[in-house]
Design a protein around this ligand. Sequence first.
Ligand SMILES: [Zn+2]
Length: 521
Amino acid sequence: MKKMHDFIIRGGKVIDGTGADPVKADVGLNESRISAVGDLSGRQTHHTIDATGCYVCPGFIDVHSHSDTFILAEPTSPSKVYQGVTTEIIGNCGASAAPIRSKNDLPFDWQFLSYPGQWQSMREYLKLLEECRPAVNVVPIVGHNRLRIAVMGHEDHLASVDEMRMMERMLEISMDEGAWGLSTGLIYRPGKYAAEDEITALAAIVARRNGIYTTHMRSEAGKVCEAVDETIKLGRKTRVRIQISHLKTAGAKNWHFVDNIISLITHARADGIEVAADRYPYLFSCTDLDILLPDWLAANDRITILKGLSEQKTRNRLRDELAAERSPSYWEGIIVATSTQAPWRGRTILSIANDLAVEPAEAVIRILAKDELLTQAFYAGMSEDNMWKIYSQPFVMIGSDASLRVPNGLFPNDHPHPRAYGSFTKYLRAALDGKTVPLGEAVRKMTSLAADHFKIKGRGKLTSGSLADIIVFNPEMVKDLSTYEKPHQFSAGIRDVMVNGKMVMSATRLTGNRPGKILSM
Ligand SMILES: [Zn+2]
């Protein structure tokens, strides 16, 4: 007689993650692994999950997460689990939790959270993460900004030979301690000060260890073709495996670059460069509102900028510059997100300006002054046609570009981009409605494509012997509910979520189990 299964998921349609179409099958589990897929009607089991009318597939891999320190504060990862995410790849865009000298090295909004302990090195951070027992699996990457800040502070200059050596050593140590590779954020300070040589030298270390290099490129707008070129050149030099983060062509005048960037990547892949990409299924991006400030003001420290915002002369100059060549429709395309002022959240600059009875440029100054520069905003500027074109490429995965969230907020005034709550369910809904690639291929993008490219062993496929990260979803109910106006809404339709063979969500309720693992290369 066959061994008894711990679980059998019966009667569902299985999408195995390889790109194949759904097939009716039962799934048997023993401990943390899938032990059988097929007709298991004669088999015995301790627990049965009835998946009649539902699909069963591997748990989704969020290849572009920013949950790094958020998991320490909220290890149940609710906004992610409700989307069916069972593994998060963290440390992207040059921003990881470690290595740091002190909390002050972290991105500003990460400094506000309260953490259960302290850390400096990757080893200390991962130990703390493990003690927090995350609900989902975690793949950590080292952020280039962390290395540069730890070695050079926030300074704007090229790295000296000694500084290079220190960053290289710090990267090697972090990878020895559990990081899977390196990420860059080449539009952010201080990452943008790095020359190509600096990134190439660090990527060469990652390549030698067969790690991954993820990059928020130097441009996603007017210079996006040059940025893709720079990335591929680095791949040719170092042979490092590359993930281009949140692939897009921002700004209507740059939309026509999409065919060129797709062709550059496709040709590089044909030449054997292992380069892939991800994106989130939304047309607004999200970043700080103060990126609108011109360099003459933005290059100062925060106190000086705030002082400027309070002086009439500076305000006048700033207002004129902000207003120049910007139409009302431009201001309609910017939505205030996180702000100290609840009534402004989720509203366009134009409508806030109307309320205040001032010009939009003046409204921006008042908002930034009131929030002391900490306002975040959503920016229009992506093309829907381009988004679907990008998703139709076989090398493009789904990444949320977001940290985990909880509806009652991890920190005050938090008004996140809806991608934090809805990236995977929104994309899955589009696949179910026939708006993108076929369902089997859509699931592959969220599962085995990610596992193969990042070399995550034993996950991403629903086959006998694989690790049991599994979700059950109801195709009628799948829907993202988070919006730009009201972002704090969990997704619907993901019914059950298993991580390493343990239920994390059962019948749309979180179980409280936290069986996630810090994965090793
Ligand atoms: Zn980024």
